[in-house]
Design a protein around this ligand. Structure first.
Ligand code: FDA
Length: 304
């Protein structure tokens, strides 16, 4: 319930515009958000990316945004991603860009989305950069998979995220392994009906392991994207993770100790970095999935 409330708050335009207009509150909440985001500008993202690479991490960079309904805004978002790829290339950050298709057109038109994705993949390819497509609510899964499959046929530098909590993911994954793109396995961040998805449970963890196993056995490029320590330990017990096609990936600011361990053990440890003006939504997602973070956020805002 707390999670649902926080997600509703995140989507409330009223609260968002109040926050943006409040000269006192805005910097305080931004301060709290900086535990999870690099900052508001592309430069913030690039600066932290360079620092993390210097420390031995791989990185993914996302310009935050989702569910954009205007064609003009989707075009602008695509342009921002192009610029990001350009600047990453110029700085020799030949790593990963991550995005939600609903940020670049999915709610407007699937053809526009496909064209935008291909444009990004083309630019990224010239810098040896991977474009990872995120997975969104189950109502969008078919469209996201269709667009991904069309794009990856031409651009093997495009990858896809799969949510272990969706029942359909077993079948989807089976099919996705026929394509060359990297597969990122996540538990799933969205509230879904119980006939569609498995809630957080041992059953979900077993499903996560099963999917990882499937990809590992096929030697397919894989990102194990979780902060679940016991899951990572179980995967480590069964498989050697120090392989070039396998990586452990975590969100910036969440369990940095665990990601450092992965790095120190010789695994590819990828840190998922975000930037952008829409950090408020991203912050609410991180609070919603782990309400204990509310305490941290308040401490960041008002001091211990
Ligand atoms: P789980 O939620 O069970 O948490 C396990 C443990 O991790 C917790 O006990 C806690 O210790 C720690 N933890 C988890 N979340 C935390 C938080 N916010 N703050 C502090 N500690 C926390 N989802 C999606 O639906 N589509 C997508 O495309 C992506 N993409 C994506 C990329 C990457 C790189 C990551 C790491 C995650 C995603 N996600 C995602 C989010 C994912 O689905 C999931 O919601 C979060 O990773 C949290 O789930 P865990 O696997 O960490 O397990």
């Amino acid at each position: 319930q707390a999670a649902q409330a926080l997600k509703s708050i995140a989507r409330s335009e009223h609260i968002k515009s109040y926050l943006q207009q409040s000269e006192e509150l805005y910097p305080l909440v931004l301060q709290a958000a900086k535990r999870f985001i690099t900052g508001e500008s592309r430069q913030d993202g690039i600066t932290v990316a360079k620092e993390m690479i210097r420390k031995g991490y791989a990185v993914s960079l996302e310009y935050i945004g989702e569910n954009i309904k205007g064609a003009g805004e989707c075009h602008e978002a695509k342009e921002e991603f192009l610029q990001l790829i350009e600047e990453m290339g110029a700085a020799s950050i030949n790593q990963t860009v991550s995005l939600d298709l609903s940020h670049i057109g999915l709610l407007v038109d699937t053809e526009i989305t496909y064209t935008h994705l291909v444009e990004l993949a083309e630019k990224a390819k010239s810098y040896n950069i991977t474009v990872m497509v995120s997975m969104e609510e189950s109502s969008k899964t078919d469209d996201i998979l269709d667009i991904y499959k069309r794009a990856v046929r031409h651009y093997s530098n495009v990858g896809i995220s799969i949510q272990a909590h969706l029942y359909r993911s077993v079948q989807d994954l089976h099919e996705l392994m026929n394509y060359p793109g990297k597969i990122r396995i996540v538990k799933g961040a969205y509230q879904e009906p119980c006939n569609v998805a498995i809630p957080r449970s041992k059953e979900l963890n077993d499903r996560y392991l099963q999917l990882v196993e499937q990809v590992m056995e096929a030697n397919h490029p894989l990102s194990i994207a979780t902060h679940d320590e016991s899951l990572i330990q179980q995967i480590e017990q069964r498989h050697c993770l120090a392989r070039s096609h396998v990586e452990v990936e975590m969100l910036y600011g969440i369990r940095p100790d665990l990601l450092k361990n992965a790095k120190d053990n010789g695994y590819t440890a990828r840190m998922y970095l975000t930037y952008g003006q829409e950090w408020y939504l991203y912050l609410c997602h991180r609070l919603a999935e782990y309400p204990e973070n509310l305490y941290l956020a308040l401490t960041d805002m008002i001091g211990p």
